[in-house]
Design a protein around this ligand. Sequence first.
Ligand SMILES: [Zn+2]
Length: 159
Amino acid sequence: MIQMKEKTQSQAMPHLDELYKEIILEHYRKPHGREPLDKVDYHAEGMNPLCGDEVRLGLQLKNNKIDKVHIEGHGCSISVASGSILAEMLKGKTIEEAKEISKHLKDLMHDKSSDLKIDIGDLEALEGVKKFPVRIKCALLPWTTFEEALVGHEHVEIS
Ligand SMILES: [Zn+2]
């Protein structure tokens, strides 16, 4: 158990550019989306066994928009920061817009060009992760969990 913890921590922060690192650490220290929901319209739990990351995600909708995002989990700084960025970005978006943002991130990670007309905010910081292929899964875990929640899958394991 202790060994696993040490391993996770030593892998916690690859050599990202300083600016990206700051943004990710800021989200890791003070993650968004911790407030509980009044009602849960979609939810799912996601796991990334490779790194030991776990997220639990819930969405609350109002007038066809994502009114609140609840996300909590534990794992490396990148998975936690990515979940926090997700919570921040998806709030107030329609499901369609949210799906577009998620697709945009996946395209970024896989070096596909992608055009999005929504301000991507701190999502940009996650792009730095793509230099570390093993960490891409950490960054995408919350987003994959989000997509699976929409289609009714409650347990997601990415490998
Ligand atoms: Zn991770």
